[in-house]
Design a protein around this ligand. Structure first.
Ligand code: GLC
Length: 651
């Protein structure tokens, strides 16, 4: 069946459902129904007239809505907890895919089909208010198998290329909207100040200006210059505010130590270090902002009337809608009613429930009926949400056709990601003549589990929430890239453990590699699961390094990690060491620089510790040199012509 016929059949179905809903259904809630509901018999209601100013359309629609329909608009539910019909019977405002929230078959066409099914239910409601579907497309459309996974933000902070950020935002929007999703929970504009935080890699940098500049460019790329365009979506700067300013050991969530903890800082620090990305994002057109789980000096930010109402909405003039984080309002108080009242009155507009939606709806309804939450607050929240939906053009284009699915994972998009990988690499240590590695090198040994694993090089928020080791999605591993870059005469031997005993020369003696390359680092994690007070290399990686060191004339270490790791002890054994961060699917970018097609240009977006006792850094009093100084300062990075200074011997 061709697209044209399918499109008209769908419209016919929607019309029948809409007419049926108009004739049969009572308003889904109490008797405080608004003005007469629109039916086929009446003239088309004002809110459906695209010629009218958005504010008129909002007021017309709001006046028609029942309390239940208003509260439904404020309810964001995770697709895995939601029979599609409930999106209609509750008149929900939004649905999300949480990390890894894929359809049963994870491929682009199935994503579009899933999103469309929820939208069909929304469009069959009494007022046919389209759903907004949200997702964490935080380094490309990163839940979708086949999508391009860009380097995580830490690598983009090292690249520090504003134009590239805008291009990445644009491509991410193109791939995400192709699946019918018009709301991206990105960029994280965190300013991580303690790299023991499991979300360090979601931050561009410890430096406020760098975060502000890069996140603004990315947001502009996502939103384009016309929000009604089929391939633009709304960004969601997150997590407001000072999510990266919490103290170790203050988290009360599960086994987390610093994630969702307490930012024990004064207001001057909050405003100077953590706030600036938000006015920049608002000025650039941000239309939704997500609140942080964390607390500020003991008060949960999801209940923070001053921060949300006074600072974000009043002082910064934010006119979009504020969304809570996943089940975050539940953390405010042991009493759920108290939590809901506090959160909504503090300025939360859209509540990411994500599963107990009837409980939320009933609780907020009671709060309005008792007067604990004024109806004016509800109307303000719904106005904000509807305004953004009209700005997105959702009422005119609630459905997305399948004509753009082919752009997902396209060669052009992969080339952009490959460029981002190249520019993200930071050369930290170099003996002066190991790099670039010649493509004519006779014998190269490669070791390390991370050398040949798309899952490891992609990190968390990749296909699954926590990411996963293994061949999770199409891409180029670092080993693939090495093998495709060297000459036909070059012998490349790979052993993940560094075991090359059986590789012998013509005399039967152990063959020595001209160059050994070992890829070491972190295994995937996300959020507080990655909180760690031990950033040393894994034992298995150290063992592989030792083994390949013994069989290589020159040794290059490539670090795959979501943050600086403790590498002081391995430096004496290495001839070159490259921080590659979490590069995503396009490992070819690593080979491009390793073999000299491109020069290193990355610079450290985070200060690099010499040992764990230096954390958290006192950034205002960092020693300039000696064993008390960081191993490498913010902004550090070499080029292949450089030779590292002699290593300091520290206790
Ligand atoms: C998570 C994260 C947030 C994400 C949301 C939806 O817990 O804190 O960054 O956007 O839930 O997946």
């Amino acid at each position: 069946m061709n697209n044209f016929l399918r499109h008209w059949l769908r419209l016919a179905l929607i019309t029948l459902l809409f007419l049926a809903a108009c004739r049969q259904a009572e308003p889904i809630a109490d008797d405080s129904a608004g003005a007469d509901s629109p039916t086929a018999e009446t003239d088309s209601p004002a809110y459906l007239d695209p010629a009218l100013p958005i504010e008129d359309r909002v007021e017309d629609l709001l006046a028609r809505m029942t309390l239940a329909e208003k509260i439904g608009q404020m309810t964001l539910v995770e697709k895995g907890s939601l029979p599609p019909a409930d999106a209609r019977t509750r008149a929900l405002g939004a649905v999300l895919s949480g990390g890894g929230g894929a359809p049963r078959i994870n491929q682009p066409a199935e994503w579009l089909k899933m999103v469309t099914e929820f939208q069909e239910q929304a469009m069959a409601t009494r007022l046919a208010i389209p759903l907004l579907y949200g997702i964490d497309a935080v380094h490309g459309h990163s839940n979708v198998v086949g999508a391009v996974l860009f380097p995580h933000n830490i690598g983009l902070g090292a690249a520090n290329n504003v134009e590239l950020m805008a291009q990445i935002g644009r491509v991410t929007a193109v791939e995400t909207t192709a699946t019918g999703i018009y709301w991206n929970y990105a960029p994280a504009v965190s300013v991580p100040r303690d790299i023991r935080w499991g979300r360090t890699y979601e931050g561009y940098s410890e430096n406020t200006d760098l975060v502000t500049t890069l996140s603004r460019a990315y947001l502009v790329g996502l939103q384009g210059d016309d929000l009604t365009a089929v391939d633009t979506l709304i960004a969601t700067p997150k997590h407001f505010v000072a999510d990266g300013g919490t103290s170790w050991g203050t988290s009360t969530t599960e086994s987390f130590q610093i994630d969702q903890g307490d930012a024990q800082i004064d207001e001057a620090t909050l405003r100077a270090v953590h706030l600036p990305p938000y006015p920049a994002a608002i000025e650039a057109g941000a239309r939704s902002i997500m609140i942080s789980y964390s607390s500020w000096n003991g008060l949960k930010k999801h209940a923070h009337d001053y921060l949300i109402n006074d600072v974000l909405k009043e002082e910064l003039g934010f006119t979009g809608f504020v969304v809570s984080d996943w089940k975050a309002i539940d953390q405010i108080d042991p009493n759920y009613y108290t939590s809901v009242v506090a959160a909504i009155n503090a300025g939360i507009d859209m509540n990411m429930v994500p599963s107990e939606y009837d409980l939320f709806i009933e609780t907020l309804t009671t709060a309005v009926e008792t007067g604990d939450v004024p109806i004016e607050r509800i109307d303000d929240a719904v106005r904000r949400i509807l305004t953004v939906k009209f700005e997105l053009g959702l009422f005119e284009r609630p459905f997305t056709d399948d004509s753009r699915l082919d752009v997902i994972g396209s060669d052009a998009h992969r080339e952009l990601a490959r460029q981002a990988v190249r520019e993200s690499l930071v050369l930290l240590h170099h003996d002066g003549d190991t790099l670039p590695v010649s493509q004519e090198t006779p014998v190269i040994f490669v070791a390390g589990e991370a050398a040949n694993d798309i899952g490891i090089q992609s990190g968390g928020w990749s296909i699954e929430w926590q990411g996963r080791v293994g061949n999770i999605t199409p891409g180029t591993t670092i080993l693939d890239a090495i093998q495709s870059s060297v000459s036909a005469d070059t012998q490349v031997n790979f052993n993940r453990f560094g075991n090359f005993e059986r590789i012998t020369d013509d005399n039967g003696d152990p063959l020595m590699a001209d160059v050994g390359i070992v890829v070491v680092g972190e295994r995937p994690y996300a959020e507080g699961v990655g909180d760690s007070n031990d950033l040393s290399l894994l034992e298995g990686d150290l063992a592989a390094l030792e083994r390949i060191r013994a069989r290589s004339h020159k040794l290059v270490v490539i670090l795959i990690s979501g943050r600086p790791l403790i590498i002081s002890d391995i430096l004496p054994q290495t001839d070159a060491l490259i921080a590659a961060w979490l590069p995503g699917t396009e490992g070819q970018g690593v080979a491009d620089v390793l073999f000299g097609d491109y020069e290193f240009s990355g610079r450290l977006p985070y200060t690099w510790p010499r040992h764990m006792d230096q954390l958290p850094f006192d950034f205002d009093n960092l020693p300039a040199g000696g064993c008390d100084a960081p191993l490498y300062p913010f902004g550090y990075g070499l080029q292949t012509a450089d030779t590292s200074p002699a290593l300091l011997v520290c206790p």
